[in-house]
Design a protein around this ligand. Structure first.
Ligand code: ATP
Ligand code: MN
Ligand code: MN
Length: 294
């Protein structure tokens, strides 16, 4: 079969100067969101998204058949993708990055739905510039329990003089994020995240677990510190997810977290919500790089 990208005149549309073929392809069955709407979303929110997405190694979730079980994770530049999608060496691996919204749209043209990234920039691939504590609740737990966990992680970080920010993932959990001065290496940052996770799990073993083992997670929240190893990724702020309704990973203010319903942040609602926000809850995130305690 002909690949969708190479289809002849299929009513393709242009967004931000990038041609989007098969613009009517449904990328999410639940909402009916199309590939063209996905491209327009990125065109609309690029001022919010690009500060996080630009110039760092990416991992992508591509859904060439639309938003179904055929989606797959990809870390390398695909053949034929536009010139604003860059490739570079990171140690012994190849990484892919974009520097501008054109690159993002070129990836959407290749049916990219989710954007994940390393916690390090292309300028310093060995030195993370943010840390992510990924809170993964057992499926039986309600979101209120995850909120409680995020607030405890925030307080534990604050006791170490570290300021943190929170975002929804578009899924079941939350990510508590700490911007870092790109000084320490991956091993140090991961060891810090691991120690934090272990200390919370030791204090409250009925609620938290810091080991990967699925068997030990029943009824608990896994404090997933493993997002902080070399080559590990986390979903980027404002990235859509290939989940029903096309939810979005959304930065929120700590003070609003208790009232947040993550499923309400979708590709269709987020541009309007952003337009109405009086301030950016992550305004100071990138301007507040911190050092880990010794
Ligand atoms: P949720 O809130 O539902 O947990 P999440 O984005 O945190 O959403 P996780 O399963 O906890 O999902 O995954 C955390 C991160 O690990 C993802 O954001 C992604 O960057 C990375 N990841 C997940 N699945 C894969 C995969 N198959 N290959 C590579 N990295 C992955
Ligand atoms: Mn998670
Ligand atoms: Mn996880």
């Amino acid at each position: 079969a002909m690949s969708p990208e190479k289809a002849p005149d299929d009513g393709g549309d242009t967004v931000g100067g990038v041609r989007i073929s098969s613009p009517g392809r449904v990328m999410d069955e639940k909402s009916g969101i199309t590939k063209l709407e996905l491209a327009r979303y990125h065109d609309a929110v690029s001022g919010w998204f690009m500060p996080y997405a630009a110039n760092r190694p990416l991992a992508l979730v591509r859904c060439p058949q639309g938003n179904a079980e055929q989606c797959f994770f990809q870390k390398h530049r695909m053949q034929g993708v536009g010139p604003h999608v860059g490739q570079a060496r990171a140690g012994d691996q190849q990484v892919l990055h974009v520097d501008d919204v054109t690159g993002v749209l070129e990836l959407v043209q290749f049916n990219v739905v989710e954007f994940h990234a390393w916690g390090a920039s292309m300028r310093a691939l060995e030195r993370p510039d943010w840390l992510v504590i990924d809170l993964d609740p057992d499926t039986a737990l309600g979101f209120a329990r995850v909120v409680e966990a995020a607030l405890e992680v925030r307080d534990a970080l604050a006791r170490l003089k570290l300021k943190s920010w929170v975002k929804t993932t578009g899924g079941k959990g939350l990510h508590v994020c700490v911007p870092l001065k790109p000084r320490a290496g991956w091993a140090t940052v991961k060891a810090f995240a691991h120690a934090l996770a272990q200390s919370l799990a030791q204090q409250d073993p009925d609620r938290y677990v810091a080991t990967l083992s699925k068997a030990k997670r029943a009824g608990k929240i896994f404090i997933d510190y493993l997002r902080n190893g070399e080559g590990a990724t986390a979903v980027l702020p404002y990235s859509p997810r290939s989940r029903p309704g096309m939810t979005v990973a959304m930065p929120v203010a700590w003070k609003d977290l208790k009232h947040v319903r993550p499923q309400e942040f979708t590709l269709q609602t987020v541009p309007g919500i952003l337009a109405k926000r009086r301030s950016d809850p992550w305004k100071d995130f990138l301007a507040s790089p911190q050092s880990l305690p010794a």
